[in-house]
Design a protein around this ligand. Structure first.
Ligand code: SF4
Length: 704
């Protein structure tokens, strides 16, 4: 009998793209295009020098997300009570007319600044993410300091170097020591591991990882340095102490390239590994071993992540870690130096995308992270302006990801607040909206991207038709602009025209050229990226003594106790330390198969993550009669969260790790992990301390 072999239909063609998600890797992608509406597998582009053929598993399965049965495909209008999720289909025209009418009505009553467009990095495409600024500038709506992600990290890095840029991250493959600090690269930035592991295989490089639990990256390290959350500054100080003590400091380099090496050496004399061990919980011998590697291996690449900056002392910690290669002079060597992000190499002219030529500096700027306080009418948070009574939200899900969730929820429950959410799925935030508009995904629209963790500009062209009636962010912004009487040439341009204009006016060629090449490698030359001609300050010297009020930063906004920031690298004691009532420190580290709240809708991601859990050291669990798998309550003054305990000896005593961000509804009681995180701003430029929480933990019932 003949056997019938069924094979999957061959893909019609491959499309080049770029990952749009909020991840520094911004992978260059190859997407199978099955037909005009369907994608297949997604792979990393082999010939992109950074992506090097590697993408994370969740994006490789992107077809599951793009063709998910729960995609929003038609505009919806709220019918039931706020938050009931009772929504009925409505035409695009009716939905947009209503949004415009409510925005105009709100403006009439309270002035233009009562309208607050709110967005973030659900897509990192410049057109689809940043076009919302054009509408707000044209209408003089309230803006925000975008503080939820990078501010402590960027300001901490620039405090020393003067600029957020560094060596070509591909140089990791040429290093003798790769230090992966505060980022679980094996889960969240897979390409970093590819280059680091290559250095290990080809050059015998050592891999050091610094983190707060034994995650996948720590497991792969030759030297895992396990510390308590918020103590990275102490670790960095002790490492530098050893370098000076052991004659491993490069005084020629220090004298030529740094501002106050003598003061630093003196300051560090009291900060030895025993001092640091008492703060970090990391044995002094491990710190000595780390310092020995950093001292012996000049080609030492410090890949500094975001995780350790999400603490009230995060900027100081980032600065302290970035100071180590300035002590050894590693910066002068290929494969050496410190890298966090390449934000400052792109010199974009975003006038047409953002309408920045219409920006009125008198318009109120709010703090993105304080959305709970703002919507609850806190006068300080409202910066002396009117209440927020109308919002357009694109690319973010504040009812899950913003800190201080109880206040965020109370704010969104206000009957006098009109909310339009333009989204791909019915997120927690979309559920409380008055109007929900269906949004395209990256393979369904044209956009351009910049790598943060590397140095490429990448094109992500439209590859397939969107499902149902989904529209792009750009289309929605332009349609609202027309109804609201907002004028700017950018509203009359297509996404492709905006990309072309932006490339041409930023010195990066044309859309046609980018389309042919797929990406542009923007890496500055060696001397620039290694600061061989000096750091990005007038005197060219790395700042061990930062001028914290005048760090070059994109947001003219000071927050937190700026003047109390350490004068020299140190352990800054402003973290939310454990106390009697809250004996544990909680961090909300990223889950492998989610990216913030994105991908939580994918069944495979949810299946791989299991359920919301908190890792606790077995000895701590035993003392509290908490069994593996039992339901527990975490709590502090901001609220309580229920999840399940996972006993794990890869966390330090007194530390809890909850990999996140699970949807609120995945927790019993519907309270997600950000119920526990605070929204008090981080010095010097704001930010949210997602990994800096004191909590109690108690069992609710036995494991079963
Ligand atoms: S590693 Fe990051 S950039 Fe690359 S595919 Fe995954 S989420 Fe996207």
């Amino acid at each position: 009998m003949n056997q019938i072999v069924r094979t999957r239909p061959a893909p019609v063609r491959m499309g080049a793209s770029a990952c749009p998600h909020d991840c520094p890797s911004t992978c260059a992608l190859e997407v199978e295009i099955v037909d005009e509406r369907t994608i297949g597998r997604v792979r990393g582009a082999q010939d992109n020098g950074y992506t090097a053929g590697v993408v994370c598993a969740k994006v490789a399965r992107y077809a599951e997300r793009a063709h998910h049965p729960d995609r929003l495909t038609v505009p919806l209008l709220r019918r039931g009570a706020k938050g009931s999720g009772e929504l009925i289909p409505v035409s695009w025209d009716a939905a947009l007319d209503l949004v415009a009418e409510r925005f105009l009505r709100a403006q009439e009553r309270h002035g233009a600044q009562t309208v607050w467009p709110y967005y973030y990095a659900g897509t990192m495409g410049l057109v689809m993410r940043d076009g919302i600024h054009r509408l707000r500038h044209a209408k003089k709506y309230s803006g925000f300091h975008s503080s939820i992600c990078v501010n402590p990290a960027f300001s901490g890095f620039a405090a020393g170097t003067g600029r957020v840029a560094g060596p070509d991250p591909r140089e990791m493959a040429k290093s003798d020591l790769v230090v992966i600090w505060g980022t679980n690269a094996a889960c969240t930035q897979v390409n970093v591991m590819k280059h680091a592991v290559r250095a290990r295989k080809e050059r015998g490089a050592k891999l050091v990882a610094v983190d707060i639990y034994m995650n996948s990256t720590m497991e792969q390290a030759d030297l895992p340095v396990l510390i308590r959350p918020g103590t990275d500054g102490a670790l960095a100080c002790a490492v530098m102490h050893c370098l000076f003590r052991d004659g491993r400091a490069d005084w020629d380099y220090l004298d030529r390239y740094t501002d106050a090496p003598g003061e630093l050496e003196q300051h560090l004399r009291a900060r030895d590994p025993h001092w640091a061990a008492s703060i970090t919980g990391c044995p002094a011998a491990t710190i000595e071993a780390f310092a020995r590697l950093a001292g012996e291996r000049k080609r030492a690449f410090f890949r500094l992540g975001y995780g350790f900056s999400r603490s009230r002392n995060g900027a100081a910690n980032m600065h302290a870690a970035s100071a180590i290669p300035a002590v050894t002079g590693a910066w002068l060597h290929e494969g050496g130096g410190a890298f966090h992000n390449n934000q400052d190499i792109y010199h974009w002219n975003k006038k047409m995308i953002e309408g920045s030529d219409m920006r009125d500096p008198a318009v109120r700027m709010l703090d993105q992270s304080r959305i709970g306080a703002i919507l609850c009418g806190d006068e300080t948070a409202l910066a002396g302006g009117p209440p927020v009574t109308a919002m357009l939200i694109q690319n973010t899900n504040p009812l899950s990801v913003a800190p201080e969730q109880e206040r965020v929820k109370r704010g969104f429950a206000r009957e006098d607040l009109f909310v339009c959410v333009h989204e791909q799925f019915l997120t927690e935030t979309a559920r409380v909206a008055d109007v929900v508009l269906p949004a395209t995904m990256f393979v369904e629209h044209d956009d351009v991207y910049q790598g943060g963790g590397h140095q490429h500009i990448l094109l992500g062209p439209k590859l397939v038709e969107p499902p149902g009636q989904c529209r792009t962010n750009h289309e929605v912004i332009c349609a609202l602009a027309a109804r609201l009487g907002a004028k700017h040439p950018g509203f009359a341009m297509t996404a492709r025209e905006l990309i072309d204009w932006t490339l041409r006016n930023s010195g990066w060629g044309t859309l046609a050229a980018l389309e042919a090449k797929r990406w542009i490698d923007c890496q500055p030359d060696f001397d620039t990226s290694h600061y061989v001609r000096g750091f990005a300050w007038p005197d060219g010297k790395f700042r061990f003594k930062p001028d914290w009020r005048n760090v070059p930063f994109r947001s003219p906004f000071h927050a937190g106790p700026v003047d109390a920031l350490p004068k020299l690298p140190d352990h800054w004691e402003v973290i939310e330390e454990a106390d009697e009532a809250h004996p544990f420190r909680l961090a909300t580290s990223p889950a492998r198969h989610f990216l913030n709240s994105s991908f939580t809708e994918m069944l495979t991601s949810r299946a791989r993550e299991g359920r919301p859990e908190v890792m606790i050291h077995p000895t701590d669990a035993g003392a509290l009669a908490i069994a593996d798998g039992s339901e527990v309550v975490l709590g502090n003054a901001r609220g309580e969260v229920r999840l399940h305990a996972r006993l794990f000896d890869g966390v330090r005593r007194g530390v809890l790790i909850a990999e996140s961000v699970w949807p609120n509804a995945a927790h019993a009681d519907g309270r997600g992990i950000n119920t526990l995180t605070g929204a008090d701003p981080i010095a010097p430029y704001g930010g949210a301390a997602f990994h800096d929480n004191k909590v109690f933990i108690r069992a609710t019932r036995a494991a079963g």
